[in-house]
Each structure stands twice: as C-alpha cells, then as structure tokens.
Design a protein around this ligand. Structure first.
Ligand code: ZN
Length: 584
C-alpha cells in the first residue's frame, strides 16, 4: 500500500496537482451546517443495519472532520505566521468559541462508536486504538462543562498573546522573546547576563498577569474535573492526553528513576562544562554556552541550511528524499524570524492537502539545525500516515510523537558535517549532553504540575517557592544567586506547556529515553534500526505508546531496567569524550 501512496503523491508533485501553502483555500467553517451534517451522519451510523453500511457512513464522518481540522490548521498557521493579521486573529477567537462545541459533537460520535454492535468488525479493520481514544475522550467532556472549556481556551489565548506581543528593549532595538535567545548564546558573559536580565524583567513585570491567568486556569480545570466526576484535574489530564497504558504512579516511579540514574550524569555534564569554561561557578546564564570556544554555529544562511538538509535527506533514504522535496516544493517550511511571527516552533498536518507544515524561528544558533532534524522528524512521521482512515491516527500521543523527531536527530548524525564542518564533534557532544540535561528539567515540570493540581488552592507565591524547590531537587547545580527574580520562582511562566497543555512535558523525556535507544541500536545495526523506525512511522497514531514501543523493538521507559541500561551507555559515551580537545 505504501507503493500506491508513494505514487499518488509523486504524481501530484510532478503533474502540477500539488499546491503551495499560500494557495490552500481557507473558508471559515459554518458551525450550524457542520453541526446538522454531523448529527445526521451520527444518526445514520447508529441506524446502520450492516457493517459495510456503517463503514461507509464512518468514512463520510471522517471526511467532514478532516475538512474541519484542515480549516482550523490553516487558520492557525496563517495566524502564527503573522499575529498582526486581524482576520486570522479573529478566526482564532472564532475557533476558541466553536472548538468546545465541535469537541462535544465528537464526543457524541465517540459514544456512538463505543456502542455500535459492529465493534468487532471495526476493531478488526482499524485496530483498537480508536476505541481507546474514544473511551478516554468521552470522559473528558460533557455539555455541563462547555462554558468552562470555553473559558479555559480564552485564558490560554490571553497567555499566548502576552508572549507573542512581547517587545524586549535590548541592543538598541525591540526584540521578540525568541529573538532574545540569540543573545543568550553570546560569547560575551556580560551580554549573556544583561540579555537574561532584560528577558526575565519582562516576566517579572507581567508576573501578576501570568499568576492570575494561571490561577484561573487551575481553578477552572479543577472545577471541570469535579463536574466530570474526577477526584482532581490530574486524572482528567491523563485522559485528555489519551494515556491509556500508564498512570501517575508509573510516572512517579519513572521520575525517581531519573533522579537515581540521570541526575548524577547530568550533574557531571554541568561540572565538566564549568571546568571547560574556566568558571568558578556556572551561573544560570552560562548554561547555554557549552564551549569556551563558543557553541558550534551552522554555516550559511537560512536558505543554505534548507538546501543542505535537502542533500542530507536525499542521501539518508529514498523515503526521506521524497518527503523533504515535497515540503520544499510546496512552501511547507516557514523558518525565518520576522516581527509579528509567533515565537514558537511546531509541525502540523493539513490533511485535505496531504501536507505537513513546519513552523520555526531561525536565530543563527545550533537550534536551527534542530528544526531541520527534529521538526522534520515529526513531519516525516505524519507524511507516512496520511492515508490513515481516522484523523486520530495521523499523530500518535505526545510521548510517542516525540520519538520520531528525537530519533531523526540521531539518524541525521552522519550528515552533521554539512552544517558544522570540522566542528561536528562539538555538535554531537552538545546534542547528547542537552538531551540528557533536558530530562531532569522535564521531570521537574511534571512534578510541579502534580503538586499544583493536587493543591489547587495553593497561593501563587507558595506555588513559585515549590517550583524552585523542585528545580533544585532535579537540577542541584542551578544557580540563580545573581537574579533574585528567578530565585522567587518565576521561570516557569515561559514554559508554554504548563499553561496550555497541562501534564504534557514529561513526554519529551519519555521519548528521549526511546530515541537514545535508537541511537544505541544505530551504532550496532543501522539497517535494521532504520527499518524499525520506518515501521513505527507508518503506525503513527494507530497504536498506543507502549504498543508502538513493542513494534519498534524498544524497551518501555517505565520498566525498571530501562533507565539503568540507557544510563550505562550514556555514562560510557560521556566518559569517552575528551571535551577539552574538541573545544576549538
Ligand atoms: Zn517535537
């Protein structure tokens, strides 16, 4: 079937049928029309007298949903490309309004799906994951909480707006938050210090606003959870994230494993960094500077980097070559920084046009190559899933989704010299070190949120104190002594996930443990490793996290032996690098 799919997109490409992103047609969805159509179809679904008939109705339902989601995604991309665009700003507000109504209708659809007498035939044809998802999702919504869901959306949009409209005065100009990141990598320590000061001043100045938005979010979410019959929001959040294979106890044990095996390793990396930089103490603003001679910087303009990635994906495999050329040809990568562009990076999928879309803000740092390897990994996965029947199957749950992107960062290692020349060893050591260091930070974000939603009436100041306590538990090297604002515990304000998608963050760490396993296997048998990767790319969202791991021959990070094994390999790698020698 892959062959057929491949021909179809290649023929689209070469017969001029494919479209560039700007040519995609956007129409504001008419909610009352969509609502009537869906209601009718759901009724027909319930009344179907045979599996074949029901399967056909299901196909029409999916088409409608794919079209609605296409419009929603086009609107989102156009808005984030230019947040000053009044029309698409208004469309964002429109979607904030109608999304809960839409979600409620999908809830009705899920109920019908779970009750169908043709469930065994459907399971046989499409797998059980759609039923897992339906089962999780009907627990997360009801008409009783519609108004509060709308409020939740509105609050997260308010938060997003503060971030995207931030103007930080620095270096004789006004900067967006993502533009400020450039200065964090300066070789001049005083610039790093002052740019960080300016950056965090912004968060401190808006501290009341951030606290108040978050406070309302926590109370709203807790109230929604109670109305839906949960003890607290944590239980609801796990269902929202479709975590069907594991619960918060597994996650707690996993965090303990991180503390035991990854934290000491990470501390060792920071210690080596401090020595390399010749510093008495590693201040928080020194952390981004990995080498005394400076971090490796990709060679060339944004355009050059996109071209180099073409060579890389051409040589990596036939599949990645077709994919990346399709992306370039149809303007499906927007990577340059501009005023008004949202300070975020993401990959989405516009299904009516069979097109992934990659959004980023290049800033001349190592992170730019991360976009071309990481986000491209997401896009490659969904590109391989475009023929799935259910839109739910395009992307897997978050912790699984990040495996594809993070593993792609390892699979592209042999081409890293294209971007960094003779500094490639610097890139490898830094990439792996950052991967390791991100794990203790990731579990901190997770433990903080467990605390917040276990104690929903905790006052803001105490909440901030707890943040600092947890940060220091998993990142004992943290030194905020030169910035009293950070010592007060405000740095989580910039962590968008905490506001927007609660409990989504530990996912990055779970995926990283899996991606590292791919790296370990790559070193041993590249061919079978790539085969495993391609195999799970095609599975996409059609299976659950632990099932995907099984199909990819990966060990579950919740298994006690997993963290230990991974950490032994990492420890050997870190010890084998003469970090002073590559620092040139
Ligand atoms: Zn990602």
């Amino acid at each position: 079937n892959l062959q057929g799919k491949k021909e179809s997109y290649l023929s689209n490409l070469f017969e001029g049928k494919s479209m560039k992103f700007d040519e995609f047609i956007y129409n504001q969805p008419d909610m009352s029309v969509l609502s009537d159509k869906l209601k009718n179809l759901i009724q027909n679904f319930k009344n179907s007298s045979s599996f074949e008939e029901q399967d056909q109705v299901l196909s029409k339902i999916n088409e409608l949903r794919k079209h609605f989601e296409t419009m929603s995604n086009i609107a989102f991309v156009r808005y984030t490309k230019n947040t000053f665009d009044k029309y698409f700003e208004q469309q964002q507000n429109y979607f904030d309004e109608i999304n809960p109504i839409y979600e409620n209708m999908i809830g009705e659809f899920y109920k019908a799906l779970l009750q169908t007498k043709f469930k065994p035939q459907l399971q046989k044809k499409y797998g059980n994951q759609i039923f897992n998802i339906a089962n999780a999702r009907i627990k997360t919504t009801s008409s009783e909480v519609l108004d509060e869901l709308k409020l939740e959306n509105k609050l997260t949009s308010e938060y997003r707006k503060i971030l995207s409209q931030a103007k930080i005065p620095f270096d004789k100009k006004e900067n967006t938050l993502s533009q400020m990141v450039y200065y964090f990598y300066s070789q001049d320590r005083s610039i790093r210090k002052s740019s960080n000061k300016a950056y965090w001043d912004f968060f401190e100045k808006h501290s009341d606003q951030f606290s108040s938005i978050y406070d309302k979010l926590v109370k709203t979410r807790t109230s929604i959870a109670k109305k839906l019959g949960f003890n607290n929001f944590i239980e609801l959040a796990y269902f929202r994230l479709n975590r069907t294979d594991y619960n918060s106890d597994d996650v707690r044990i996993y965090r303990d494993e991180v503390k035991k095996y990854i934290v000491p390793l990470s501390q060792k990396i920071y210690e080596k960094q401090k020595k390399r930089l010749g510093l008495e103490k590693l201040n928080y603003y020194d952390e981004p500077i990995f080498y005394k001679s400076g971090n490796p910087i990709p060679e060339g303009s944004s355009k050059d980097l996109l071209e180099k990635a073409k060579k890389m994906y051409d040589e990596l495999s036939a599949e990645t070559s077709d994919f990346y050329r399709y992306m370039l040809c149809n303007d499906l990568l927007d990577v340059e920084s501009r005023a008004g562009k949202a300070p975020i990076g993401y990959c989405t999928f516009i299904s009516d046009y069979r097109s992934p879309f990659i959004f980023a803000n290049f800033n001349g740092t190592i992170g730019d190559v991360g976009v071309l390897t990481h986000e491209a990994g997401h896009a490659f996965q969904v590109f391989n899933c475009q023929d799935h029947f259910f839109p739910e199957y395009y992307f897997p749950t978050y912790e699984a989704a990040e495996i594809y992107s993070m593993s792609m960062q390892f699979f592209t290692y042999p081409w890293i010299k294209l971007f960094f020349g003779d500094k490639k060893e610097k890139y490898f050591y830094q990439h792996i070190s950052s991967a390791i260091n991100s794990i203790p930070y990731g579990v901190s974000v997770d433990e903080f949120q467990h605390f917040v939603y276990e104690n929903p009436s905790c006052p803001s100041l105490e909440r901030n104190k707890k943040w600092i306590e947890i940060i220091k538990k998993y990142n004992p090297h943290t030194d905020y002594s030169e910035n009293p604002d950070l010592e007060k515990g405000i740095s989580w304000y910039r962590q968008t996930h905490i506001f927007e998608v609660p409990f989504y963050y530990i996912d990055y760490t779970l995926a990283q443990i899996c991606a590292i396993q791919f790296w370990i296997k790559m070193e041993r048998d590249k061919k079978s490793c790539w085969k495993d990767y391609l195999n799970i790319c095609k599975i996409g969202g059609s299976k659950s996290f632990l099932e995907i791991l099984k199909e990819g021959n990966l060990e579950s990070p919740f298994k006690l032996s997993c963290m230990k094994n991974v950490s032994i390999f990492l420890q050997d790698y870190i010890d084998s690098i003469d970090d002073l020698k590559i620092d040139f």
